[in-house]
Design a protein around this ligand. Sequence first.
Ligand code: HEC
Length: 142
Amino acid sequence: MKRFVLIIATVALSGVLFTSCGGSGSQPKEEKQAPKEQVKQEQQVTQEDALTANLENGKAVYNKICMACHMTGVAGAAALTDKARWTEIAKKGMKTLHHDAIEGFTGENGVMPARGSCTDCSDQDLYDAVAFMLKEAGVTAE
Ligand code: HEC
């Protein structure tokens, strides 16, 4: 019985200690939350399309990944030489195309895999690649 009381006392005491630490203990918590907020904001920026295209990087990403399908139009992909088709695609706007490159896109012609199956491509890489492809196709998207 004595032991039981001791355990309760210990639990209660640690509870008190825990609470008394609460003031200073909550500070690191807030610090932890800050980066999360930043990530959220960065994602919002991506969605709002405040990105600027780096065409050099876009070319590199295209040559590494997108070219496999988009150079000649493998698997139903729009070939970069198919200006008529890219003109239609460009009408969707950069924001949609960037989104489709990230999330993947299934249309009438085939399946564009998410990120072109490039697991280490960042959203910026994909943005750059889309911008490069539009430029190569000779079209512009809003
Ligand atoms: C495995 C083949 C394949 C690869 C690799 C690929 N794509 Fe595609 N992509 C497609 C196909 C197929 C479509 C067309 C789907 C349709 O219109 O039916 C497409 C369509 C697109 C579209 C138009 C989306 C729309 O809304 O009409 C964009 C933009 C695009 N790809 C970007 C890229 C980028 C950027 C890469 C490289 C990171 C890439 N693709 C790699 C197959 C591919």
